[in-house]
Design a protein around this ligand. Structure first.
Ligand code: BGC
Length: 785
């Protein structure tokens, strides 16, 4: 939803600027549509404020439970613009009917929910999906989610979360695409397209929300909701690009973040929300606060009264108040006290009405509330098939010494150890919408089915117990935490099962509820119970395949050192078990790659492969004083982009179409990749760049292209990427600067496995107006002999 930016920049790359104006929508550069203008003109102040009010119609785990008589009366009086945590075609049809037929102006309602990785058909958690490095797959999973959610009456999802996260202590890393702004931008675009389809007015399209604008992933110490202290450069180069990409893809809404940056909460941040998002980028979608964030401006200490908080949020550019009931209680007084707020109030109402119009709600208010469609849409065989494919493609092979995987057909006695092996609940991850545990196909039965020749014996190895304490999230949802208790008997039983086996599948990681909102931890290793179990199992000397189940990077240096094979299986959704079995048996070669670095220790967080070189670049030699820790190697445990395959790939003949390129030109980077094995498999070809000398220090590597390519045994393909100088520009207050000089190009299988290098020179200077990481690199592949 980008109109032409209001602030025109001197652009050497004019084409880029123009290409941003392509999104469909009712609101044009000329302003609101005639219908929206007419409605606005007929609204009372109370009705306007009502449009800005979103209230919970239920709870995350008890949808519709708050739709009482008082709430329905508020609908009739036009005091509510939107509900969240509601669902069901019949219920929402009735609710919509009240708004459309029984309120004075008949304005339809927005129905929102966190449909984050599926509605009924649960897909892998977002971080896992990002590990597929497969935008088409992410678009497809978002499409299925939209088809199911809209069948249940919803028209708005609070997804995708596009926060860049470089600190795995922050529990919400599970909800995003990881550490990299380029990967994050490409995947944000794909998800927006999937949710919104080709037209938002289509009854299977759902309004997407890019959240949380912005810097939420930079919370200090990885503590959820905490302050972010980010330089302008990092903000623009790292945290903002995926929002720009989402806006350009037409994301109909954005959610402001809970956190402050440098003391200014994003819920009341005119410089970023109005200045950058609205004015500089020309974004004209709907901006909603996060849950109760407007009243929380008092906690931030920037408002003395609720009325002041409301005025600040409105001035800051927040159109809709999620669950705070503050706009509804305070804006009238605020506007009466300060008439300068009135035009801002009107703008906010226009944003809400325009979103409703884009969704086609004025013309077809009941388009998404057909109970017959709802009954037929959920968890269809086709949707399950997409979930199976998504789960397979998200799995990452981290280590495979001696080719232990895939499992040899001769392995007869397999020990399956660890309570997560039977924890179907964890497969659903956090934000599960209408996903149900009984719809999950868990690991153990799937393994039995996939390995009929083998005997599988299972032992828990420790005791998972529901904790007494109930953890409460910001949205007021209770969740049962699980504690893992070392148990001598359970451990002894597991060791006995292991001793009687030929091979061990050791399933460890996290209970799903350790990753997610308000799930920050200082220690991102395994629990003590799991550590003890892993050590005892490894001590037996049996061959061990570790299956990791987790929503964040784990610091597991000892396990990584001792276990010969490690498969990262995240939380994979309803088809978790069969997908893992597909990879273990070799029916499918793992092709996922890490979208985030795994640190060696909790204390090594935050970290990223895309760091600056520093004056004393890290060296292995401890005699020299360099930028590293003294107690750990300088490398990550597993690097960004890392992932092994059952096949081997050879990279050759890296070529550039030119070695000299003007600021508005382009350079084609091509390389031949050959599958030098007898296994069909995917390779994710990754393209990194570096500007070795610039006016400001530049990262040692930055991802600027990738392509997941399928190969049959022995096959070779030429893979091509088209780069432009604007993609290596660096941020400057006056625009993105393209400087003359050398740009290094690295192509390889991960950020730590570069197979070929080249360089080109930029011959003229220029200024771009798009964040460099938000520009997608076109790529192609063709077979070669
Ligand atoms: C989260 C948002 C979510 C909202 C509504 C908040 O606590 O931060 O991501 O969309 O709740 O459930």
């Amino acid at each position: 939803m980008l109109r032409r930016p209001r602030v025109a920049l001197v652009a050497a790359v004019v084409g880029l600027c123009l290409s941003m104006a392509g999104s469909a929508g009712a609101q044009t550069p000329a302003g609101p549509s005639p219908r929206v203008r007419d409605l606005l003109g007929r609204m009372t102040l109370d009705e306007k404020i009502g449009q800005l009010n979103q209230i919970p119609g239920g709870r995350q785990r008890a949808l519709n439970s708050r739709l009482d008589a008082a709430a329905l009366d508020r609908v009739r009086r036009g005091e509510i613009g939107s509900f969240l945590h509601v669902a069901g075609a019949a219920q929402l049809r009735e609710l919509q009917r009240m708004a459309v037929e029984e309120s004075r102006l008949g304005v339809p309602l927005l129905f929102g929910m966190d449909v984050v990785h599926g509605y009924k058909t649960l897909f892998p958690v977002p971080l896992a999906l990002a590990a597929s490095w497969d935008p088409a797959l992410m678009e497809q999973t978002a499409r299925v989610a939209a088809v199911e959610a809209t069948a249940a009456g919803l028209n708005w999802t609070f997804s995708p979360m596009v926060d860049i996260a470089r600190d795995p202590r922050w529990g919400r890393v599970v909800e995003g695409a990881g550490e990299d702004p380029y990967l994050g931008s490409v995947l944000a675009t794909a998800q927006v397209r999937g949710y919104q389809g080709t037209s938002l007015a289509d009854p299977t399209s759902i309004l997407a929300t890019a959240k949380h604008f912005v810097g939420y992933g930079a919370a200090e110490g990885g503590r959820d909701y905490d302050s972010a202290d980010i330089t302008d450069r990092t903000l623009h180069e790292v945290y903002l690009p995926p929002f720009h990409a989402a806006a350009k893809a037409g994301a109909g809404s954005m959610m402001t973040a809970f956190n402050d940056i440098g003391g200014v909460p994003l819920t009341a941040h005119p410089a970023l929300v109005r200045g950058v998002l609205r004015d500089r980028w020309g974004y004209d979608g709907l901006i909603v606060s996060d849950w109760n964030a407007i009243p929380e401006l008092l906690n931030h200490g920037i408002a003395a009264t609720p009325q002041a908080a409301g005025a600040l949020a409105l001035r800051g550019g927040v159109d809709m108040d999620m669950a705070g009931n503050l706009y509804s209680a305070q804006l009238k007084g605020a506007v009466e006290a300060d008439s300068a707020l009135l035009p801002m109030l009107d703008q906010a109402v226009i944003a809400v009405l325009t979103a409703k119009e884009r969704l086609g709600l004025f013309d077809a208010p009941y388009g998404r509330t057909d109970p017959a469609r709802e009954a037929a849409a959920m968890l269809t065989p086709e949707h399950r098939a997409v979930a199976r494919e998504a789960a397979r493609r998200s799995i990452v092979l981290l280590k495979n010494d001696g080719g232990l995987l895939p499992l040899a057909a001769s392995v007869r006695r397999i020990a399956v150890i660890g309570a997560l092996a039977e924890d179907a609940n964890s497969s659903l991850g956090s934000w599960r919408a209408q996903g149900k545990v009984e719809d999950v196909r868990p690991l153990l039965p799937a393994l039995r089915e996939a390995l009929p020749q083998a005997t599988l014996t299972y032992a828990q190895g420790y005791r998972p117990e529901a904790a007494q304490a109930i953890a409460v999230t910001a949205s007021g949802e209770g969740a049962q935490a699980v504690v893992e208790i070392s148990d001598a008997d359970a451990l002894a039983e597991a060791v006995a099962v292991v001793r009687a086996s030929d091979l061990v599948l050791l399933v460890v990681g996290e209970h799903f509820d350790r990753s997610g909102e308000a799930r920050s931890y200082t220690d991102i290793g395994l629990s003590a119970a799991q550590d003890a179990l892993a050590a005892a199992v490894l001590d037996t000397g049996k061959p061990v395949v570790v299956l990791l189940m987790n929503g964040r990077p784990l610091a597991i240096p000892e396990l990584a050192e001792r276990a010969p094979a490690i498969l990262e299986t995240w939380f994979l959704g309803v088809e978790s078990g069969p997908a893992i079995a597909d990879v273990l048996t070799g029916r499918v070669s793992p092709g996922g790659r890490l979208p985030i670095s795994f640190p060696r220790a909790s204390g090594a967080a935050p970290l990223t492969y895309a760091h600056l070189p520093t004056g004393r670049p890290a060296a292995e030699d401890l005699v020299r004083d360099t930028a590293r820790y003294r107690d750990q190697p300088i490398t990550p445990l597993f690097a960004f982009g890392h992932g092994l395959s059952y096949a081997s790939f050879d990279y050759s003949d890296l070529r550039l179409s030119t070695t000299e390129v003007a600021a508005d030109g382009s350079v084609e980077v091509s390389v031949t990749v050959r599958n030098v094995s007898d296994v069909a498999a995917d390779e994710v070809v990754q393209l990194y760049v570096r500007d070795p000398v610039a006016a400001v220090s530049r990262p040692v590597q930055e991802l600027r292209g990738f392509r997941r390519v399928a190969f049959v045994p022995g096959e070779a393909k030429r893979v091509r990427f088209t780069l432009t100088p604007a993609q290596v520009a660096f941020w400057d207050p006056d625009g993105w600067r393209i400087q003359t000089g050398e740009i290094q190009v690295m192509v390889g299988a991960s950020s730590a496995d570069i197979r070929a290098r080249a360089a080109f020179t930029i011959t003229s200077e220029g200024v771009s107006d798009i964040p460099a990481a938000a520009i997608a690199t076109p790529s192609s592949e063709e077979p070669v002999a």
